[in-house]
Design a protein around this ligand. Structure first.
Ligand SMILES: [Zn+2]
Length: 384
């Protein structure tokens, strides 16, 4: 089985498993999908354990990758749509200060989160059953149901040795191993911060490890809730070429390739205006000649995924007033959600010959941007 199952929950005492555990493969099972920490937790302690020889990276590099992935989500969650409750206030996902401690080994449970690069203890190995079928996994080993605070470990498979991920079809190229670990850390920490699997191509896609291992270059995900400038290149072939020439013009080039540059007026937020600049190029690398521009303004937005936090009656952090916000439920509150935003505007070529109504649909957590234009009086799907 090549797929990775990224977030599991277990409860055990000593070496014997007790209680129930569940996987985060599809359905959300009560509190197993909760963020590991909320606003009532100020600091998270963590340690980093590395099998340097098999993982192919040093303790120092592993530690800096983990911190960088935590920082990534700290920044991203500032732009997430999230609840603010009457007495608890903002839910405070990914707001904690993470403090690095040292751990004596994978048995050491003195910290909240252990990052384990190529290292598993005997109990963890037994739990995973086939550890080499996991590229990475985050496992919640303990959950404080009163204060909604978890403990656990984030495991990353080493590049070589007995525990190396068996699903990898390409060995990471020299120098790419750190990038690969970083993306897997981003993904697993997304689960730690309460995100489920989302979409097919994004950072939280279930098959992220396979995407990484079949891509010629490790894709770096620089945004999730935020939206930065984007650039896209396309060489449309007939009959699609006619459509692109009709919508954007050709600048006199017979078979143009296109370079689309999407700039945000506010680089941090998905809302606001996008300025699209379209260039005709002769290949995949040249900057090309400016064909025209469009300012795309927000015409609609909609939350596509709304995540729910679950708890039982023993919880002590939410008041009756907080619970009343979620209607008739006394054991859940609304967490973060993802926003889909549609933007539209009029494209004008610099020579004045082409005017077209175009639009784009952006979705948080999804790197794919859907576009449309007007062709022969009809709205047509386009990529740009
Ligand atoms: Zn996952």
């Amino acid at each position: 089985m090549l797929r990775i199952i990224c977030s599991l929950t277990w409860f055990f005492s000593g070496l014997a498993f007790a209680g129930s555990w569940s996987s985060r493969g599809g359905e959300q099972l009560r509190d197993t999908g909760n963020p590991w920490f909320l606003g009532n937790t100020a600091t998270v302690s963590f340690c980093v354990l590395v099998d340097e020889a098999q993982a192919g990276l040093t303790q120092a590099t592993a530690g800096s990758l983990a911190k960088r992935a935590v920082d990534f989500w700290h920044l991203e969650f500032t732009k997430a749509i999230s609840s603010t409750l009457p007495s608890f206030g903002p839910l405070g996902v990914a707001t904690q200060k993470w403090e690095e401690h040292s751990c004596s080994g994978p048995e050491d449970e003195s910290v909240d989160v252990r990052f384990q690069f190529g290292v598993l203890n005997q109990v963890q190995e037994q739990y995973l059953k086939t550890p080499a079928s996991f590229a990475a996994i985050s496992v919640r080993t303990d959950y404080d149901e009163q204060h909604l605070r978890a403990k656990g470990f984030v495991y990353l498979a080493p590049l070589s040795g007995r525990l190396a991920y068996q699903g990898a079809r390409n060995k990471p190229q020299a120098g790419a191993a750190a990038d690969r670990y970083y993306v897997l850390l981003q993904h697993e920490l997304g689960h730690v911060f309460g995100l489920p699997h989302i979409g097919v191509w994004g950072l939280m896609a279930e098959r992220i490890a396979d995407t990484l291992d079949t891509s010629p270059k490790v894709p770096i995900y620089e945004q999730f809730f935020r939206q930065k400038d984007r650039q896209y290149r396309l060489c449309p072939q007939a009959p699609l070429l006619d459509v692109y020439v009709s919508v954007f013009g050709s600048g006199g080039t017979q078979r143009p390739c296109y370079r689309f540059v999407n700039q945000k007026d506010d680089s941090s937020s998905i809302m606001g205006m996008n300025r699209l600049s379209v260039f005709a190029t002769r290949g995949d690398t040249d900057d090309g000649v400016l064909l025209g521009r469009a300012d795309l303004h927000v015409v609609g937005s909609f939350p596509t995924s709304v995540f729910t936090l679950w708890f039982n009656a023993s919880q002590q952090i939410f008041s009756a007033a907080d619970l009343a916000v979620s209607g008739n439920s006394s054991n859940s509150v609304i967490g973060s959600s993802l926003l889909r935003v549609s933007k539209s505007g009029v494209y004008r070529s610099v020579d004045g010959a082409t005017v077209n109504l175009i639009g784009q649909v952006f979705e948080q957590g999804d790197p794919v941007v859907r576009g449309y234009g007007t062709y022969q009086g009809e709205i047509i799907d386009l990529t740009f």
